[in-house]
Every structure is written in structure tokens, then in C-alpha cells.
Ligand binder design. Structure first.
Ligand code: SF4
Length: 489
């Protein structure tokens, strides 16, 4: 049992934060971090480490925190995770390390409140290291030298992680990003109130200091092919394209105006500053009655962004999340659900939308829903949602945001049929090496499938990096490779 109560984290008050995009969770100060770290039982067999997709040595880094060895704690995390400040903010710890913590009762669907707040401690160590330790690790990294060239396609979590890992080992890395700014889902998907842009920019700048080149507005599969990259001298390619194709509800009226995919809605706001229109050239409609459909983190992000836009545009906050199961089955982080509730977002559970209706101009004004009940568990282990006959009802809806998942980005796989895909259009890889069906081409993150978490994408990228290094070393001696470098751009 924990000897002391968990240390609560400071947060920006709900009424203050919904009028802006400022960070909600303010993190632990030193005193709070020390108090929380002291609660850790330093278990002989720390289950928390198994719960982390990249197996951070959680026990050791927390132990170092208790001794005020903050640099040591930071470097311990960095052995397994390149971006502790990011993961400490966005990882679904309730379903991973905290759920596995011995202080969470067995068979609990998510972490109990008593579990050590590992993510807040990781964030504390990450922010400390970012400000005070980085120069040390950077110097060490730069001492290494090599002469390989690797192309990384996509600058989301998997791409950034792979690029960083390779650059630290002296590899010359070029990232090709299709959008006009780097960061992938970290920038276009996650709102700044969860991941402030200065944290993301800092990590990307750090990669640039390690020598990573980033080429924006460059779509591999359109602007250039994989073959062309190989011909230009890249010895290997890592594909971290993400899953950028939104899923829609196959219901009547789905194409009416003011029905957005969460992907488009968040991209317009997070990446293209739609909330600053006309200062930014990306208008986005907002209305009195907003409905968000889905129960994951993207649904929570969309609802919370919509709420802020309503507030900033002078509307009363009236955003409702419709989800087909109950709150217990929601895959969103518990913290985001709690924050959404505090911000005035309403929830309607056991609801399945079956149609949208619009006006003569084609704008949505009503959603029709069926009420549901829970059945037996499905393949995912969650109880099925079963619609109840004759339970249909209408609800007004000015804006609908659909957050029911993403599918693999097929831009590249359509252009390169040699890349083998599965029935979900995800790339098929060797799970030990992350190599695709093409020799020298590796992949990781959402394009491969999995749970879609950032830390999982980073774990795949790390695995791929190790395989890429082995692959390069098996093909070339460093001496030979150095002779190839003059062609690099
Ligand atoms: S975080 Fe939890 S599981 Fe891990 S060592 Fe501490 S008490 Fe044990």
C-alpha cells in the first residue's frame, strides 16, 4: 500500500482555460515531484516497467528523483525514450505503466488514483533535462561519427524518434514531410493545451542540431518515389507515414456541410490556426450546438477544441460527445475525460448515430440516433454496443465532428505496389526488424497498425533503428560509405 496520498498536479482552472489554448496541466514543481516520487515502493519486480511499451526503467528514474539526481533521472528515461517531455504530457499512462503499477488493483480496466503518477514524474524529469542537461547529451552524441544516409518519410512520433536515434549514432538523416510544418500528429492532431508548441519545437530543433535535415512540402510517392531516393544514395528508408485517412459513418446525410472528420477539424485548428481567421486563411465553421461522435482521445481533443472555439466566438458552451458504449469502455485517457467534463462538455452514452438531416442549402441541422445497450465482449475485449429497436430520436446539431478512427494513409502504398499491406491497408512488416516487403525499407507507427499511441510508435521506430543500423553495417564498411557522402544534398 502507498504510504501517502497521491500528489495532485496543478491545473489551469476550467473557466480560465476554455477561453484560450493555454496548457491545462501545469506539472509538478520540485517539491511535488519529490513527494510523489517518495511514494514509489521501489518494488523488487517493478510491474510498471513491463507496462511501458518501451520499457523505461521507471523504478530507477523515480529512485534518482528521490535523491534529487534529476539529470540522472532524465538520462535514465532517455535511454529508452527520446521525448520524455512529450510523452510525460500525452502518454495514456492510465492504460500502460500506471495500470501495471502494483498500486492499481488487479483486473482494473485502468490505473487507480493510488497508482504512482509516473507520467507527471517523467514530465518533470523531461522538462528539467530539456532545460539543464541537454548540452551534455548533445556533446556526447556529436562525438560519434558515421557516414550513412537514411531517408525518413514522415515527421510524426515514429519518424522523429527514428531520425533522432539514427542521428545519435552518426547517421545522416533527411526527413521528408508532406505538410508545411513538422511534427505530424503531435502538431496537427494534439491541441496546444495538451502539448504546448514550444515543447514540440524544442525537440525538433534538437534533432536539427544533431544534423537531421527536414524537407517540408515533399510527398514521397508523389514528389519522389522510393526508387528515386535509393538512386540518390539513401542506403535505407524508414516509413513513418501515420494513419491520416479518416473513417466516416456510413449513414445517410454523412456528406452534409458542417460535418467534419475530427482529423480535418483538428488539423485546421492546430496546424493552420483556423481559430485566427481571417488572420489565418483557414476558415472553420462553429455553431451553437456541436456534437462529437466517438470515445477516444481524438474525440476528447475535438470536443475540447470545439468548446474553446464556441467560447472564443461568443457562443454558450454547448458541445456533447455521443459514444456508443459507456464511460468505462471509452478508450480516451481518464484525465482527458475528466478535463472535458470540467470544461462543460456533456456526454451521451450508449448512442449510435444513424442519419443526419440538413436544410435546403445542404447544411446539417439534425442528427438521428438509436439508443443502445451493452452485449457480450467483442474481439477487443470490450462489450459490444447493440442498438435497441424503435429507440430512434432526433437531436439538433449545427456542427458534427466524427472521431471514429483513422485508416492507413495509402498515398505511398498505392504508388508502390511492392509494399505489401494487410486487409486494413497497413504495411506488413517483420515484427522483429520492422522491415517491410522491400529490402532496406522499414516502417513503424500507425502505418503499421497497433494501438495508435505515441509511445508505441516510438517503440517501433526504435526497433527499426536497430535493424537499420545492422542492415547498413552488413552492407558497407564505414570507409566505403564515406566515399558516398559527397553526393548528399
Ligand atoms: S511505479 Fe509502482 S510498480 Fe513501479 S516500482 Fe513504483 S510502486 Fe512499484
Amino acid at each position: 500500500m502507498a504510504k501517502k496520498e497521491p500528489v495532485k498536479v496543478q491545473e489551469c482552472p476550467a473557466q480560465e482555460r476554455i477561453a484560450s489554448f493555454c496548457e491545462v496541466v501545469l506539472g509538478y514543481n520540485e517539491e511535488e515531484a519529490l513527494k510523489e516520487a517518495a511514494r514509489c515502493l521501489q518494488c523488487k519486480n517493478p510491474a510498471c516497467i513491463q507496462g511501458c511499451p518501451v520499457n523505461i526503467d521507471i523504478k530507477t528514474f523515480i529512485n534518482k528523483l528521490t535523491k534529487k539526481d534529476y539529470a540522472g533521472a532524465y538520462l535514465t528515461i532517455k535511454e529508452k525514450n527520446n521525448f520524455p517531455s512529450i510523452c510525460g504530457r500525452v502518454c495514456p499512462a492510465e492504460y500502460q505503466c500506471r495500470k501495471a503499477c502494483v498500486l492499481t488493483p488487479k483486473n482494473s480496466p485502468f490505473a487507480s488514483e493510488a497508482a504512482i503518477n509516473i507520467h507527471f514524474l517523467e514530465r518533470f524529469a523531461g522538462d528539467f533535462g530539456k532545460d539543464k542537461v541537454l548540452s551534455l547529451s548533445e556533446k556526447k552524441d556529436r562525438e560519434k561519427s558515421s557516414a550513412f544516409r537514411v531517408a525518413v518519410v514522415g515527421s510524426g512520433p515514429a519518424g522523429l524518434c527514428c531520425a533522432g536515434e539514427l542521428a545519435r549514432q552518426g547517421v545522416h538523416v533527411t526527413i521528408f514531410e508532406g505538410l508545411h510544418n513538422s511534427g505530424g500528429v503531435l502538431r496537427y492532431g494534439i491541441p496546444p493545451f495538451r502539448l504546448p508548441r514550444n515543447i514540440l519545437d524544442f525537440e525538433i530543433d534538437y534533432l536539427k542540431k544533431l544534423g537531421v535535415k527536414i524537407i517540408l512540402n515533399f510527398i514521397i510517392g508523389k514528389t519522389k518515389t522510393l526508387d528515386e531516393l535509393f538512386k540518390e544514395g539513401f542506403a535505407a528508408i524508414f516509413l513513418g507515414l501515420g494513419a491520416g485517412t479518416p473513417s466516416f459513418l456510413g449513414v445517410p446525410g454523412k456528406n452534409l456541410c458542417n460535418i467534419y472528420s475530427a482529423n480535418e477539424f483538428l488539423t485546421r485548428v492546430n496546424l493552420m490556426n483556423a481559430f485566427q481567421f481571417p488572420k489565418s486563411h483557414t476558415p472553420i465553421n462553429i455553431g451553437k450546438k456541436i456534437i462529437v461522435i466517438g470515445g477516444g482521445n481524438t474525440a476528447m481533443d475535438a470536443a475540447r477544441v470545439a468548446t474553446r472555439l464556441q467560447k472564443m466566438n461568443g457562443f454558450d458552451v454547448d458541445t456533447t460527445v455521443f459514444y456508443r458504449r459507456t464511460e468505462t469502455e471509452m478508450p480516451a485517457r481518464r484525465l482527458e475525460i475528466q478535463h472535458a467534463k470540467e470544461e462543460g462538455i456533456k456526454f451521451e452514452f450508449l448512442m449510435q448515430p444513424v442519419a443526419f438531416k440538413g436544410d435546403d442549402n445542404g447544411y446539417v441541422h439534425t442528427m438521428t440516433c438509436l439508443r443502445c445497450q451493452l452485449g457480450s465482449p467483442d474481439a477487443s475485449g470490450r462489450r459490444k454496443s447493440i442498438p435497441i429497436e424503435h429507440s430512434a430520436f432526433d437531436t439538433p446539431c449545427d456542427i458534427a465532428i466524427i472521431a471514429v478512427g483513422l485508416e492507413a494513409n495509402t498515398l505511398l502504398t498505392q504508388a508502390v505496389p511492392e509494399l505489401k499491406t494487410n486487409k486494413f491497408k497497413n504495411l506488413v512488416v517483420n515484427l522483429k526488424t520492422m522491415q517491410t516487403s522491400i529490402k532496406g525499407v522499414y516502417a513503424g507507427g500507425d502505418i503499421v497498425g497497433g494501438e495508435g499511441t505515441i509511445i508505441e510508435a516510438m517503440g517501433m521506430a526504435k526497433k527499426a533503428t536497430q535493424a537499420i543500423i545492422k542492415y547498413l553495417e552488413s552492407r558497407h564498411s564505414k570507409k566505403n560509405l564515406k566515399q558516398q557522402i559527397p553526393n548528399s544534398k
